[in-house]
Design a protein around this ligand. Sequence first.
Ligand code: SF4
Length: 332
Amino acid sequence: MKERIVSGMRSTGKLHLGHYLGVIDNWVKLQNDFESYFFVADWHALTTKYDKTETLKQDVKDVVIDWLASGIDPEVSTIYVQSLIPEIAELNVYLSMVTPQNWVERDPTLKDMAKILRNKEGDAQISYGLMGYPVLMSADIMALNAQNVPVGIDQVAHIEITRDIARRFNNIYKTEFFNEPKPLLNKCSLICGLDGNKMGKSFNNDIKISDDEETTTKKIMTAITDTNRIRKDDKGNPENCLVAYKYWEIFGTKEEKAQVCSGCTTASVGCAQCKRALAEVINKKFAPIREKRRYYEAHPEIVEEIIRTGSDRARCEIQKTVNEVRNIIGMY
Ligand code: SF4
């Protein structure tokens, strides 16, 4: 029997290369070795965007299309939408009862969000739903009683609270029902945004998986380079090239990187030429993914079928967990 993994992504709409390299590529590599469940976390999106729901449905579909195009195989992995499975919300209620308030309050992400979500008066705008998101996230994982959760290093604290909640539930109800899930650390490349900061849709510094060749090239031409290299005949230093060479490190072959270094340090290649070559390499890598993406965009009924089938399959498994939890607690 394969061990189970579960992981999700907020319904943020079209995904960018940070999502691809940091998460999806890893899922694609793991999906054959584990019984894999991947979900679009649309309830989590509501924790901060409850007043901006006009694009929510399309955002969910766009996330799924990017996954499928990038190689998540719906015949191998179960793809589902969180809000199509009400039993996750039920489990969230049971877990909320056994989770001490201070466990939730110590979540580092909540503190970061409080800084971002300030109203005009400067007060933190944390809703009850956002406050409880570490428990909802635990419910997402525990609903499938997964043994492993693929995560980045910055999310390990989230898995810790899930382990704590699982342990506490087992202790209170004298059961060994819940696994204490382990973080499965992503082996991935971190990519920064075109301005050198964290890549993000809202920072306007991202390259989308769905961007066409022309858009990608235009965006890459804006990537920060070695700021000391002002004229083409100034010799550059790839180590000081804050974005463009970082991308070469991720996407270039050994030979390409050696060529870039030589062209840069001898000033035989200018930054514009270097970035145009980089755009070509990135466009080549994403060409088959974009082609697949266009196929799914042209066939929304297939995407819908994949979402419905996966959500039904996940719901069956989750119902088993929640029924067992009801029995363990002694619900009516
Ligand atoms: S030539 Fe390439 S590596 Fe060198 S500074 Fe310009 S963009 Fe960066």
